[in-house]
Design a protein around this ligand. Structure first.
Ligand SMILES: [Zn+2]
Length: 348
């Protein structure tokens, strides 16, 4: 860190990052990232690491900002590989900067917080999301960026929408970005936007654990880590929204395409036989959710997120789902394969 002031801000950012990372309504698994600009260096969360570990682990990587921004400006594919811009002599662990580094570099403010806030996502998946956000964010300088794959495409989308003074971005089918000159101001802005966008979740019945245990049979399927995850199988509207497709990138990365719903009378073995492959998650209408035995903590976090998001979506709204092409673009992207590998090995 260049100065004492920078070091103090970094300490504050780590504490805030750990708090944001421990709130499942703000970030899930390795999703979300935070950054601090110190001179020409952008300190950003490393790819595949979890914000909740910001105090106990070294998760921030230094990146040379000017050449990265030049690559975005010139549409240079190198902008999709932020590791090329990492300052290696300050990066002894060889961590890769977040795949969303360009989002942070483009915002001129010193502190940038990017979160997968469930209230924001629940609005940002609705076809009328921009209008709904506009009704709620009066008095805030915000911009709406339609869905693009994270990396260079999203960076170009943001560059197009950014105007002087904007310190809040709503990313379609993705999440929220807030920016400020200090950590405390960024935290306040995040809190303000979050409360303005907050929507009540539809209330559901309790899961039927006895039925789920019976449906699992002698398979390796297990209950989800968080009881909240069951809601998506218990609420008919949430279930319908989930079954129709994938709503945001991290769903695809951790859970696959859309959601698998068991048909009447099917148990785990029947579902696997019908699909020819064991899905990460199975939704049993009226009973709850079962996770494949080898599903990691990231999958659990994303299944909970799906329940939290769909319970807030206006069930009368038309939704924007990720297209087949957008799905393929995510699963075939080497940056995501790297992040998945970190999660699979538990290094995340
Ligand atoms: Zn994101």
């Amino acid at each position: 860190m260049a100065t004492h002031a920078d070091a103090r801000e970094m300490a504050a950012l780590r504490a805030l990052s750990a708090a944001i990372g421990s709130d499942p309504h703000m970030t899930q698994a390795a999703g979300g990232n935070t950054s601090l600009k110190a001179g020409d260096t952008l300190w950003i969360k490393a790819s595949g690491t979890w914000l909740k570990d910001a105090l106990s682990d070294d998760i921030m990587v230094p990146v040379a900002m000017a050449p990265l921004l030049k690559a975005v400006e010139e549409r240079d594919p190198a902008a999709d590989k932020p590791q090329r811009f990492a300052i290696e002599n300050l990066n002894p662990r060889g961590l890769r900067p977040s795949i969303e580094t360009t989002v942070h570099a483009l915002m001129p403010q010193r502190v940038v917080l990017h979160v997968h806030c469930v209230d924001t996502i629940s609005l940002a998946v609705q076809a009328n999301g921009e209008t709904e956000v506009a009704r709620r964010l009066g008095g805030i300088e915000w911009a709406y960026v339609p869905y693009f794959r994270p990396g260079l495409p999203l960076a170009r989308g943001i560059a197009e929408k950014l105007r002087p003074g904007v310190d809040v971005l709503i990313l379609g089918n993705h999440g929220l970005v807030v920016a400020a000159e200090t950590v405390i101001d960024a935290e306040r802005l995040l809190g303000r936007v979050r409360s303005l966008l907050a929507r009540p979740a539809r209330v559901t019945a309790a899961p039927d654990i006895a039925a789920l245990t019976r449906l699992a049979g002698d398979s390796a399927y297990r209950l989800p880590a968080d009881a909240e995850a069951h809601a998506v199988a218990l609420d008919p509207e949430s279930r319908r929204l989930a079954e129709a497709g994938s709503l945001y990138p991290d769903h695809v990365i951790f859970l696959g395409q859309g959601s698998v719903v068991a048909r009447p009378g099917e148990d785990v073995a029947n579902v696997i036989a019908r699909l020819g492959t064991p899905p990460v998650v199975i939704l049993f209408p009226g009973a709850g959710v079962l996770m494949r035995g080898d599903a990691g903590a990231g999958a659990d976090a994303m299944q909970r997120c799906l329940a939290d998001v769909t319970a807030r979506v206006d069930s009368a709204a038309r939704l924007n789902y990720l297209t087949a092409a957008e799905h393929d673009e995510l699963v075939n992207w080497d940056a995501e394969q790297y992040r998945q590998k970190l999660n699979a090995t538990g290094a995340a």
